[in-house]
Design a binder for this molecule. Sequence first.
Ligand SMILES: Cc1cc2nc3c(=O)[nH]c(=O)nc-3n(C[C@H](O)[C@H](O)[C@H](O)COP(=O)(O)OP(=O)(O)OC[C@H]3O[C@@H](n4cnc5c(N)ncnc54)[C@H](O)[C@@H]3O)c2cc1C
Length: 358
Amino acid sequence: MTPAPRPWEVSRRMAAQGLLGITIGQADGGQGGSLMDAVIAIETIASVCPRSADVVQAGNFGPIRVLAEYGSDEQKSRVLSRLLAGEAVIAVAMTEPEAGSAVTDLKTTATPDGDGFRINGSKVFTTHGRYADYLLAYVRYGPGLGGIGSVLIERGMEGFRTGAPVRFLSGEEWVQLYFDDVYVGPENVVLGEGGFRKQIAGFNVERIGNSARSLALGRHAFELAREHALTREQFGRPLCEFQGLQWKFADMKIALDGAELLLYRAACNADRGFPSAEETSIAKAACNKTGFEVASEAMQIMGGAGYSESSLVEYCFRRTRGWMIAGGSPEMMKNRIAEIIFDRRFPQRPPRPAAERA
Ligand SMILES: Cc1cc2nc3c(=O)[nH]c(=O)nc-3n(C[C@H](O)[C@H](O)[C@H](O)COP(=O)(O)OP(=O)(O)OC[C@H]3O[C@@H](n4cnc5c(N)ncnc54)[C@H](O)[C@@H]3O)c2cc1C
């Protein structure tokens, strides 16, 4: 297999400019900034180079944040320092073939072996999974939600292998990850049993980065369509003079500005950099939908030019489509929002038969 291209050539330069670890404390080698600082940074970079924004995502919003918050001092000096320097990449390996939206159904087991654990299971769809140096893998130490925690799996560990690459619509590749009796020492345990809620609190930060990129790519497509509508003439007039298109632009702007305010609310109100589940769910559902719908409308306005590979609008369309699925889909976010509205749980699983409940 040819080596996977690493989109990380720029990561060291970004690290040098203080664009990695923006929300991570200075004592841990970060910049000591706020979540809002990180949102502005990722939005700004995504608006000029979406691929570079992926590096900002991985260096601020993803599993790196979980490691900075819950990792041991030893993990921070051994792993976090490399991530912050742009020398290594970490990915979050959560989704499994049988556990997507129902992530707590995950089956990857961590079985005690001496001081450490043996990991057995498989993961799918992991962003950067093909080449990441470290995986923050969600594992099961025991039954139920309380049995879930996480370990660091390193590339090259015995028993860790990857399957053939598969392409998403966006062009990104993922590989299935297989863990066959991978030994993880105690130094690589991040969160033990009972760690799931902490991991999801950290994952809400990931969702904020995902929301910011959805919005930035939607806005990028909007700007390209705006330029096009100012210059492209049909029926002897620039497109921007047709009211049918003006109203599309007005609707897009209302949606973009509204979603941005929801994103900023979640980021500004974040407690020590961790946004609330409520504000994150609302922001993510709004930003994912808006980013994708605006990219789609921008493509419509640009006609064949927008549908062509020569325009970045088609790229924005494909990338924003993926964020309608990744990291807690808008449907799952709306399930959460409904629970907040009615102040009660709506379990998604079928009720257990009465005989089992007795
Ligand atoms: C671009 C991309 C990047 C990703 N990156 C990562 C990564 O880095 N790490 C990782 O671990 N995973 C990653 N994923 C996986 C992602 O988190 C899952 O795809 C997601 O959780 C949905 O799971 P699923 O694909 O199995 O769909 P399913 O869970 O099978 O859902 C299928 C559809 O049903 C809907 N649905 C499911 N349950 C309900 C419900 N109760 N109510 C209403 N609707 C429901 C879903 O919203 C979806 O539309 C990525 C996915 C994509 C597309």
